[in-house]
Design a protein around this ligand. Structure first.
Ligand code: AMP
Ligand code: ZN
Length: 139
């Protein structure tokens, strides 16, 4: 399954060049061309799935394994102090390429990248109600 208009499908087919790191029969991994820090890489399924919810569960296991294996090598190669594993799902969450992918971002002490601003719940009825609502929607 491939999408003719998808830039990551084109990379997998070799129609667009990339800096490849690793592949299996189902997974492909290459350097992000606009790295947050040098060594930032992307782990993607070879088949085109739009986002987290479109990904088959058994593929998730392979992706998770690749994130661990490649992530370890990135940390070693870049002498990073840490690693972010991030997936953006849908435009509101910052997804720009609609072929599911996991970012592996090497992090360094004091590298200047800040985390999201957090907030507080003004009263605890709200998180209690939200947790209950979310829980009730899980089949
Ligand atoms: P996202 O915002 O999660 O959809 O991330 C898409 C990522 O793909 C961005 O970090 C881009 O820098 C990266 N990207 C886009 N085109 C290419 C490309 N041709 N080769 C490598 N990385 C790319
Ligand atoms: Zn694709």
């Amino acid at each position: 399954m491939s999408d003719n208009d998808c830039i990551f499908c084109k990379i997998i087919k070799g129609e667009i060049p990339c800096f490849k790191i690793y592949e299996t029969d189902k997974i492909f991994c290459f350097l992000d061309i606009g790295p947050v820090n040098k060594g930032h890489a992307l782990v993607i399924p070879k088949e085109h799935y739009e986002n987290l919810w479109a990904l088959p569960d058994d593929l998730g296991k392979e992706i998770f394994k690749a994130c661990k294996t490649v992530g370890k090598a990135i940390v070693e190669a870049t002498k990073a102090d840490g690693l972010n594993v991030i997936m953006n799902n849908n435009k509101a969450a910052g997804q720009l390429v609609f072929h599911a992918h996991f970012h592996l971002i090497p992090r360094f002490d004091n590298d200047g990248h800040e985390h999201w601003k957090q907030q507080e719940y003004p009263n605890m009825d709200e998180p209690a109600g939200l947790a209950e609502k979310i829980s009730s929607l899980i089949a």
